[in-house]
Each structure stands twice: as C-alpha cells, then as structure tokens.
Design a binder for this molecule. Structure first.
Ligand code: SF4
Length: 499
C-alpha cells in the first residue's frame, strides 16, 4: 500500500488501484466511471492579526475547490488555542456563517481534499491535529509520500509503540504520520520540522501551524505548487495563485523546493531543509491547476493556448470548426483555432451545476451517461467537420460516448486532438489516474485508440511540444506519467516493467 495525502492507495499487482466511488450522486465528471486525472488536495494558510482569518481561509479554499471536492477543513488559532473544524463535502457545504463566526483568531490553515482512497471518511479529512509537548499543531498536505513504511518505523522508534501506529492517529493517512512524527519532538515545531522534513520522500506541499506560527514547506522537487502572498497586514500561502487573488493578496514568490517558511509576529523567516532539485508536475499545466493560476512565472491559460497551437502544427486537420470539450479543453481549442485558422465554436453546453445535486439519479437516468452533463448544439454541429479538443484520454469511455453523441447530432466528421501525450504510467505523487491495466494508451497504437473511440482522426501533442509550451526545461519537470521516468523513488511495491 502507498499512502496518499488523503489516505492509503490500494495497490494491485504493483499498481495503484483507482477509487471506485459510490455513484449515488452526480459529480462534475462527464462519466463517473471514466474520471479524468484527479488532484489530491488544495492547501491554504493565512497569518493576519485583526482580519477574519476563518473567512479568508474559506474563500481561499473556495478558489481551490477544483483540487478536491470530498472534504474540507480549517484550523484557527487565537494565540492560546487551536480549533479545528472539518467535514465531508464541498467547502460551501462544510462551513456556514455561524461556524466561521465561531472560529476566531489571527492565523489559520485550511485544506480541501480529493481522496485517493476508498475510505473517503471524516477521519481522513484535514487538517490533522495533534497535541504536542508544547501545545498543539494542525497540518494540511497536498501530494503523496512514497516512503511511509520507513516513516512508520521511524515513528515506532521514537514512541516505542508497535507498528503500525494507526491506533495513535486520528486517521490512516500519511499526513497523520507526518503530524504524529512532528509531535514526538520536545523542541519547538520549527526545529522538529527541520528534523522531520528531510526524512520525507515523495510530493508534499504543506501548510501547518501551532498556536503562534504559520509554517509552509515544499518537497525538494517542488512537485506540487505552493505560493506565498502578501496582505496589507499579513501573509498568505496557498496551492495556487488563484487563491491569493480571491483574498486580495499580492503574489510575492513561490515557496522554493526544499524550503521551510515561518511567519509570526516577528515577520517571515526562511530555512532550507534540503537541496532543491526542481521537478514540477507537468500535468498541472495540462489539466490540474486553474487556468487563471500562475506557475513558475507562466500563466496556465497561456500555456494551454500554446499547447493548442503546437497541437495544430503537429496534427493539422481539414475541418470547419474547432470546438472544446468543456471546460478543460477550451484554452487548447482556442490555440488550435488560432494557429490553424479554422473558426472556433462551442458545440456542447455543459450544465455548470451538475455536481451540486444530491438527488440520486435512477438507473434509467444514469444510462444517459455524459448526456446528463453535456448537451450538443445541433444547429452548430450539423453537417460540420469538427476538430474536438480535450485535455487527456484516460480510459477512452468518455470520448467514445462523446463522439457517438456528436455523430447523432449530425457531425460530418470528428477529428479528436488531445493536449497531452498518451498517459502510460501511474502517478505516485498525488494524482489519481486509472490503474495501468485500465488506461487505454499502454499496449495500443494511436490508430488503435482512434478506432476504439470511433474518431475519424486522432492526434496527441508530443511530449517535447508540451514541454516547450510549458517554458520549463525538461530537466526541471516530472513527466513520469508519460515517459515512466520517476524523479523520486517509487514505493517498494511498484515494479516497473518495459512499456
Ligand atoms: S507522474 Fe504525471 S501527474 Fe504525477 S507528478 Fe509526475 S507529471 Fe504530474
């Protein structure tokens, strides 16, 4: 088993097994059985005496909702006491005015979570809380650790408790393991963090706090994003710059790979706990981050438009209209249209509120598949040769249904263009793809995939084109789900065979 930021990933034959969620309710996914890549979590932190930090955290998490929709929580300190409130559901379901009004203080950390485990339960919601020898602490984590077995042993050595230590934790995830480890130290939390952080392997962007101080830390590879922002009377840390914008904070800089930041009444301090070896996740640019976010100086929307331009050069099509699969395919479709000179159009309408219903669809309704969420604009599609731009193909079921729907609506031809290379390998750093056996790309040629989904032509952007569009040197990126070259040791159970 590997641990995730939200829990434990079940593993079969050496590969992570994706979570099957009870499909009782509708989700934002076009097809719940063929979900796109999912990010594990969004983290937030604020230090701002005199401000309503709980409300700032609420809105920060609201901006990060796309990174996790299963649970949300925050911890608020008034300098004497740390209060935690967390629950299952969207940010807007977990918190209301009276809850936020009761969470008073000058600093807060918050979390929104997508679980990569079947155990999508309250105890796995974050922040995780521990009493320490000096008070208490709360911690939020985005990413997955790959050496949790070693960390369990370490915890055992420090506490004389048997392994595993689940009985001593408030949940079974690796975040609790880190929190428990930090709590074993007599020293102040800053010193404990400088001891523990170098021992963690994998992806971690953390926000944590005790009663007085806000902390933020990022793994030496900086796989998941983490940024620092300035309020007029305080500081903010967040997974993405879009969360700074929503609370009125100005972007200062990224938290550097291998850096620990401390913010308290004495201002901001920084310590390096490991030599940086940057390997940012390239999938953040393709799909995960919000388009209005900025990573490593590049606006994600701009990168996606540029990927679309490259896609048009690499895989031109003779067509009448370029249309996106909404919403994630839109920027790349704009780039494709711009470069090819083929007019851009909207051929599909997506119900923006589809993930907000709590009524279970009947079996008859469920069989409608993606029609529950997407409706074709027949008068736009009819008789046209379409270029349909999407961000990725996971199992292929969504694209198969989509192409059938477009043909039924009268499309003359459907040319599918994908703004990422074929996904060939699982991610161990916080993204939940399908298992390798369920991915459509391994073992099939592009033409075989084209036939399987029923497209007239199919083209994926090349890995070099994608890398150049990101503006980041290849040596500073993780691209393992496309090329199988993992930048950090994978968990012991993972045996990588030749593709
Ligand atoms: S394996 Fe893929 S999704 Fe995971 S961190 Fe690397 S590039 Fe990102």
């Amino acid at each position: 088993m590997t641990e995730s930021c939200g829990g434990t990933i079940p593993v079969q034959n050496g590969y992570p097994v994706p979570v099957r969620r009870p499909d009782g309710m509708l989700t934002h996914e076009l097809d719940p059985q063929d979900h796109g890549p999912q990010d594990a979590c969004g983290v937030f932190g604020v230090w701002a005496p005199g401000e309503e930090v709980a409300k700032l955290t609420y809105f920060g998490l609201f901006a990060l909702q796309h990174r996790g929709q299963e649970s949300a929580g925050m911890a608020v300190s008034n300098g004497r006491q740390l209060m935690v409130f967390k629950d299952m559901g969207l940010v807007s379901q977990v918190f209301d005015e009276s809850t936020l009004g009761s969470l008073k203080g000058h600093l807060a950390v918050g979390h929104t979570r997508y679980s990569t485990t079947g155990a999508s339960v309250w105890s796995n919601a974050q922040p995780t809380f521990r009493s320490t020898r000096r008070g208490s602490m709360a911690l939020c984590h985005n990413g997955n650790l790959t050496n949790s077995t070693r960390l369990e042993q370490l915890l055992s050595e420090r506490t004389d408790a048997p392994v595993p230590h689940k009985e001593n934790m408030d949940s079974t995830n690796d975040t609790s393991l880190v929190t428990a480890l930090l709590a074993t130290y007599d020293e102040p939390l800053e010193e404990a963090a400088l001891e523990v952080l170098p021992k963690l392997e994998g992806a971690f962007s953390l926000t944590f706090c005790d009663e007085e101080t806000l902390y933020a830390a990022r793994d030496p590879q900086g796989i998941r994003p983490l940024v620092l922002g300035r309020l007029s009377h305080g500081w903010v840390v967040a997974s993405e710059t879009c969360a700074l914008d929503i609370v009125g904070a100005s972007f200062v800089r990224e938290v550097e790979p291998g850096e620990l930041v401390m913010i308290d009444e004495n201002g901001l301090r920084s310590r390096t706990f490991a030599e940086p070896e940057p390997k940012g996740c390239i999938f953040e640019y393709v799909y995960l981050a919000r388009p209005d976010t900025q990573i490593s100086g590049r606006r994600v929307h701009e990168v996606r438009v540029e990927i679309g331009r490259r896609l048009a050069r690499e895989h031109p099509a003779d067509a009448d209209m370029v249309m996106p699969v909404p919403e994630s395919g839109t920027p790349a479709a704009l780039g494709y249209a711009e470069e090819s000179g083929i007019p851009f159009g909207q051929g599909l309408v997506k119900n923006a509120y589809v993930g907000r219903t709590f009524i279970q669809p009947s079996q008859t309704i469920r069989q409608l598949g993606i029609r529950l969420k997407l409706n074709p604009l027949r008068h736009v599609i009819e008789g046209r040769r379409l270029v349909v731009v999407d961000d990725s193909i996971v199992r292929g079921n969504t694209q198969r249904q989509l192409i059938r729907m477009l043909r039924e609506a009268g499309a003359a031809e459907v040319h599918v263009r994908i703004s990422s290379p074929p996904v060939q390998w699982p991610c161990f750093y916080g993204i939940d793809f399908a298992s390798r056996a369920e991915l459509i790309a391994p073992g099939l040629s592009v033409d075989e995939i084209r036939r399987s989904i029923g497209a007239d032509t199919l083209g994926y952007v090349g890995i070099d084109g994608l890398t150049e569009a990101s503006g980041i040197p290849e040596t500073n990126l993780c691209r393992a789900c496309f090329d199988g070259r993992y930048p950090v040791a994978t968990p012991e159970h993972f045996v990588q065979e030749e593709s």
